[in-house]
Design a protein around this ligand. Sequence first.
Ligand SMILES: [Zn+2]
Length: 126
Amino acid sequence: MALPAPEVRPEAKPYWDALAEGKFLIQACNDCGNRYHYPRPFCPSCMSKNVEWLPVSGNGTIYSFSLVRSKGAVASAPVFVTLDEGITLLSALVDCDYEKLTIGQKVRLKLVPTEGGPPIPFFTPA
Ligand SMILES: [Zn+2]
């Protein structure tokens, strides 16, 4: 079952377009050097609009995660991933043995298709 397509807002269109091409982008502030994700038209640190897109590897490590269960089975696994490029972002873990996950485990980007839209970025063990 494919996921519903995300709502693509104008300020995040380059981000979703890149995902459709298999590339993962974060943003970087040209005034204060802050790097961040999710997409915003201004830097959340200094409010500057002088920001640019920055391609990243999609490789990282699990900073923290949770297993959300429904009737005993894992229904979802929200995760904070620290990318190799240094920023930490919220996503979810997919395609894995949930009982073997550990903090500090290496993960990589896993794009999951949607119905008629760009893929959603999740993570899976590397
Ligand atoms: Zn800034």
